[in-house]
Structures are given as structure tokens and as C-alpha cells.
Design a protein around this ligand. Sequence first.
Ligand code: IMP
Ligand code: MG
Length: 182
Amino acid sequence: MDEQGKVTLHDRTFELYLTEEELLSYIRAMADQINHDYKESLPLVIPVLNGAFMVAADLLKELTIPCELSFTKLSSYSGTSTTGTVKTLIGLGEDIANRDVIILEDIVDTGITLEKLYAETKKFNPKSIRIASLLLKPEAYHNRIKIDYVGKEIPNKFIVGYGLDYDGLGRNLRNIYVVTKD
Ligand code: IMP
Ligand code: MG
């Protein structure tokens, strides 16, 4: 696997799309806004596993305000397209009551995952819920839930790396790669 150029995972080839440096600059910009908005509060950041593990680590290093962290897990993906149903949801609990919650996603695509998570989070009576996502595919997103902090908007193409996978592979890549047409 050539980390700088092309990457092959299963039956697909991917080419370099967003470098680690670019990703970190988007994350710093998101962190600046969060540091500004939560000066008076102690937010609970809830990253969505598995995909958000890398952005969680890098975003939290850039937060200068006091904050807490609690992971949750769900998934709606099989291969390169959404299955339309969210399969698992674990890790949300009573600790959310009266808290300022920030749900942290690696990427928002159709928004199906987010819709489910948002509804489930609300049941625990948080004081507020905001959404942060490193990446957003606006062409695929047809949902009214506002994404409060977006690192970068990208076209509706399948990507891997920096936590994102193609059938389990590619999460370990430090850059993001986009699927090639062939
Ligand atoms: P949604 O429910 O369609 O918004 O999909 C959200 C989840 O699907 C994300 O949290 C990712 O884990 C995964 N996902 C969406 N787009 C991609 C992609 O291009 N590559 C890999 N995973 C993706
Ligand atoms: Mg995800």
C-alpha cells in the first residue's frame, strides 16, 4: 500500500484526496468555533464509533475548554452504500441529562445515522445538542437537522481513510482517499 498515491482495498482502488495536514486544518477551525461557543459550559463530546475515532482524538487535542468524552456506536453501512437502517446503538446513557452535548461524526452522508442518534440522544434530556462533523456530503444529505460545525463539504463520492472504511479496511490510513472510476 502506497500511502502517498494510490491505495487498493478489497476490489477497489482509491486515490489521495485530503491530506492529514488538510484534515487537521479543518479540525482546528472547528475547534476554534467550539472553544468560542462553549466558554461558559462543560460540553460532553459524543463521537460516533467506529469512524469518528481519529477525528475525536485530533479534535479533543485542539479543545482548550474543559470538556468530557463519551463514545457511542452505531452503523448503517454495508460496502460502499448505506443500507438505510441503523443496526446498532450502544453507549448512550443517563450521563447526558442536563448536559450540553456535541455529537461528533466523521462524515454525514444521507443523515440517516444522525437522525437516529439525535432522536435517541434527546430521550436522555440533554440541555442542548449540537452536531459536529468533519465532512459533509450536501448532495446526499436530505435532513432538517442542522450540522452546527462542519470541517469540509465534499462531493457525493465514496472515500476511505482517517477512520473511514471500505468493508472494514482503510480506517488506519492517515490521509483520505477517494474511489477511482475503474
Ligand atoms: P449516513 O447515515 O448515510 O449519513 O451515513 C453515515 C455513516 O456512514 C458515517 O458515519 C460513516 O461511518 C459512513 N459513511 C458515509 N459516507 C462514507 C464514505 O464515503 N466512506 C466511508 N464511510 C462512509
Ligand atoms: Mg460513522
